[in-house]
Design a protein around this ligand. Structure first.
Ligand SMILES: O=C(O)C(=O)C[C@H](O)[C@H](O)CO
Length: 306
């Protein structure tokens, strides 16, 4: 069945340690998979475009997407290759990722494997820089997917998700800014954007990306909320106060909820308010996926915190 939102990237099985020396809790992650799941929890017809290995972790991810109502029609299962995993540890500087993903099935994705018809009909393709960092083949695949969607008139949504353990800043900047210039909706985090642009102020950063031709910039400001900017308007969204357990995946919950509400209303400011609330709710539990809220939870939260 065709979906409105197709998210491209690499999903992994997550092992998340709540405190130093403590046991790891198994969950799921992968930024664009997290976003696809959050969008599905908001009621969007979403699908994932990726590959997993034919191992137990690949089977667990397929089971997750099926249980969340995320289409797996475009998830390949590559024999003899592993599915990536990662560990999360928490320290004074926040959460840290340790990856075991080199040579993973998703890193072997090639442009020739792309589902051309699905990319020509989807309303929004969402991807992030992580998929471009994991291998040259995956990077080429991401650019080709963007080309196909743009050519057919669909929208491209892009999260800059900068992971300097996967590639050096100079290369990341070149690839990320080339992709930002091809994107309609840009979803950077403030720390990433500061490193990528060398600018400090959120408004300056938004203007920098709008000048590249991006139509909507949704810049997440961590504990300061978010800034939504279009060529004619900018609005700061104040943060919601919640008890923080784990911020892993909060930006992805923002992305998924933003895209879901944008698909529903076409209004980036309304989408920003919905996403700001979803991201706040997503930090109240451990892991990137489990605590993501449903649409009913986001709407109830917005009613009580208004
Ligand atoms: O860092 C990555 O590559 C991931 O996608 C793992 C996490 O789920 C993600 O970073 C959370 O945003």
């Amino acid at each position: 069945m065709p979906v409105d939102l197709l998210c491209l990237g690499e999903a992994m099985v997550e092992f998340n340690q709540r405190e130093a020396g403590g046991p790891y809790v198994q969950g799921f992650g992968g930024d664009t998979s997290n976003a696809a799941i959050c969008a599905a929890r908001q009621g969007t017809a979403s699908g994932y475009l990726s590959a997993v290995g034919d191992d137990a972790f690949g089977a667990m991810l397929l089971g997750l997407w099926e249980s969340e109502g995320v289409s797996v029609e475009h998830v390949g299962r590559y024999a003899g290759t592993p599915t990536g995993i990662y560990f999360v540890t928490h320290g004074p500087a926040g959460h840290e990722f340790t990856y075991r993903r080199a040579g993973s099935a998703a890193s072997l994705m090639r442009p020739a494997d792309l589902p051309v018809e699905a990319l020509r009909t989807v309303k929004i393709l969402h991807l992030s820089a992580i998929s471009q960092a994991i291998s040259s083949a995956a990077c080429d695949t991401a650019f080709e997917a963007v080309r196909l969607v743009r050519e057919a008139g669909g929208l491209v949504s892009y999260d800059t998700n900068l992971r300097l353990s996967l590639w050096p800043l100079e290369r990341a900047r070149a690839v990320i800014h080339a992709t930002a210039g091809l994107s309609d909706i840009l979803l950077p985090g403030l720390d990433d954007a500061r490193q990528l642009t060398g600018l400090d102020e959120p408004r300056e950063i938004a203007d920098f990306y709008l000048a590249m031709g991006v139509k909507v910039v949704a810049l997440t400001l961590g504990a300061e909320g978010a800034l939504i900017a279009t060529p004619d308007r900018a609005e700061i969204l104040l943060p919601h106060k919640v008890d923080l357990v784990d911020a892993t995946g909060a930006g992805d919950a923002f992305d998924g909820a933003f895209l879901a509400e944008f698909l529903e209303t076409g209004d980036p400011f309304r989408a920003g308010r919905h996403a700001n609330a979803a991201a706040a709710l997503s930090v109240r539990g451990l892991g990137a996926v489990a605590p993501q809220p449903t649409r009913a939870q986001v709407e109830a939260f917005l009613r009580t915190s208004a």
